[in-house]
Design a protein. Structure first.
Length: 248
């Protein structure tokens, strides 16, 4: 059998190397496709797996799964690492990650404080970012200042059941900031935010009932009940954003 010439051997080696590279790339693409195809419900369940959950989440996040990247960010105490994974998740389209990344830039948590970038990511977060954008617009943070637009955005967020926005409207009505002073409308908004288990609203109503403020009768029993509920929520690791009927 005739030996192959050096040029021919080099050509064979290059061909084999290229074929191997293509095979590796195809394998990696297949892995990524399988990772991205995993339903969010299944990814959420990995949080409950004490043995392999973290490792699997990290694997999925590295392969580009938006929810897995956000969950990794939410589970770490390292703010810079959290910001890294939030950015990966946000760029992949996760709305909550976009909101959280916007807030990170607003506060300077894990990233340099940058109000312009905060506005950019909050704008990309859909309904979730409207309230914060409204408040930034009122103050002129990271962009132009526009009182009327800012108020309208906060009101729009409140209509979308954003508890912080509802509570803020309560404050505005109570103290006459941006809106005409009206204790009854203040109480109405505080109660609505309290029904969404929003801690500041529960605390505000508890204090008002204890002191007899905003025209409310003094009711120490109800005040204690609301204060205890706020304390429980603040110390509980479970989700407390759903609506409950604290008030009719």
């Amino acid at each position: 059998m005739k030996a192959l010439s050096k040029p021919m051997l080099a050509l064979v080696a290059i061909t084999l190397f290229a074929a191997g590279g293509i095979a590796i790339k195809q394998y990696q693409q297949g892995q990524q496709a399988r990772a991205l195809a995993m339903p969010n419900e299944a990814v959420q369940q990995l949080r409950l797996d004490a043995k392999d959950g973290n490792a699997r989440l990290l694997e999925l996040a590295t392969l580009g799964h938006p929810l897995a990247a956000r969950l990794i960010a939410e589970r770490t105490d390292d703010k810079e690492m959290a910001a890294h994974w939030l950015e990966k998740s946000a760029e992949a389209g996760d709305q909550k990650a976009r909101y959280l990344l916007g807030m990170a830039y607003l506060k300077g948590d894990g990233v340099p404080q940058d109000a312009q970038k905060a506005r950019l990511w909050l704008s990309a977060a859909g309904e979730m970012g409207i309230y914060r954008l409204g408040m930034m617009t009122l103050k002129g943070e990271g962009g132009s200042k526009d009182k009327a637009k800012g108020i309208a955005m906060v009101e729009a967020a409140a209509k979308n059941n954003d508890a912080a926005a509802i509570y803020t409207l309560g404050n505005w009505y109570r103290y006459g900031d941006y809106l005409k002073q009206d204790d009854q409308l203040a109480i109405k908004h505080y109660k609505k935010a309290a029904n969404l288990q929003y801690i500041p609203a529960l605390q505000e109503l508890a204090l008002a009932l204890e002191m007899g403020e905003m025209g409310l009768d003094i009711n120490p029993v109800e005040a204690h009940k609301l204060s205890a509920m706020a304390g429980h929520i603040s110390n509980c690791k479970q989700d407390h954003t759903n609506e409950v009927k604290v008030f009719d």
